[in-house]
Ligand binder design. Structure first.
Ligand SMILES: O=C(O)CCC(=O)C(=O)O
Length: 283
């Protein structure tokens, strides 16, 4: 067994045990510069998926091979597809963001907890200011709704605080993992906290698509697909629309109606069928 195999096995075990894994310095120096300058070109604050994918460099990040090498491993070589992609440049102390998880409903019956992964990308790292990331190890197995615990104080849950990360670091989290952002004072007024949030789901299952945008998820996927960089097609098919297709929804239904149908389906699967997500997993 060579050292690469050992590293990927460790990463896999850690991720499936704790619900997250930190990979320092995954982006190289040259790419960090391109990504931060692409974000600077958008402005400051939080950027929608449409704003994010308008940048060629940020689409390149979506297809960045070292990220997909890790995802292939974490998804255990199963196929996965993009769910959504947003970004931000924080220039002042961020507000707190309470405990939550980001897993969207699955429209697959009898399947225990299919995997969705969020890649939290910190191009210039974290430097003990503006905001830190809090994670509750192993909470990916808790049976809680996304914002059910959001009013709990940060201290109420035993957690890991990530206030320092080297540039180019990523935190891969199981999207069911409870996490939060704790506000930290701005120390150097010229500091910037760059952040990108890319999520993927196991495309062997049916999922609720990205509905938190005023743009249709189908149009957003089309836009990425038509950009020149995606011709490189480094990864198999991260734009697999069939992952989100159901008998009720299709491209001929107007998007406002389609989104309502998805919400109805989600209600049915989450509240009526109550697919459970707290099964024990051992590796
Ligand atoms: O800003 C961060 O570090 C994390 C934000 C977060 O919790 C999220 O996007 O779900």
């Amino acid at each position: 067994m060579n050292s690469t195999q050992t590293l990927s096995e460790l990463t896999f075990k850690e991720f499936h045990r704790d619900g997250y894994v930190i990979v320092p310095e995954l982006l190289n120096e040259e790419f960090i510069k391109l990504v931060t300058s692409a974000l600077d070109n958008i402005g400051t604050g939080s950027f929608s998926m449409l704003q994010t994918i308008e940048s060629k460099t940020l689409i390149e990040l979506l297809y960045y091979k070292p990220i997909h090498n890790i995802l292939d491993n974490l998804f255990n070589q199963n196929p996965y597809t993009l769910h959504h992609y947003t970004s931000a440049v924080h220039t002042t102390q961020t507000p707190n963001l309470g405990w939550h998880h980001d897993k969207v409903p699955t429209f697959s019956r009898g399947i225990n907890n299919p995997l969705m992964i969020h890649c939290l990308v910190y191009p210039n790292g974290l430097r003990r200011e503006i905001g830190e990331l809090l994670l509750v190890p192993k909470s990916q197995q808790w049976d809680v709704d996304r914002y059910q615990l959001s009013s709990l104080p940060f201290d109420a849950l035993v957690h890991k605080s990530l206030d320092f990360l080297s540039p180019g670091s990523l935190v891969f989290i199981n999207s069911s993992l409870l996490h939060a952002r704790q506000s930290l004072p701005l120390i150097d007024p010229t500091s910037r906290r760059y952040f990108l949030d890319i999520s993927f789901c196991d495309s062997r299952f049916k999922w609720e698509p990205y509905l938190e945008s005023k743009h249709s998820w189908r149009d957003l996927f089309r836009k990425i697909d038509s950009s020149s960089i995606s011709n490189v097609k480094l990864n198999s098919n991260i734009l697999d629309t069939s992952t989100f297709s159901t008998p009720l929804t299709n491209k001929f239904v107007p998007s406002f109606l389609e989104n309502k149908l998805y919400r109805l389906l989600s209600f049915y699967y989450r509240k009526i069928l109550k697919t459970r997500k707290n099964s024990k997993l051992e590796y």
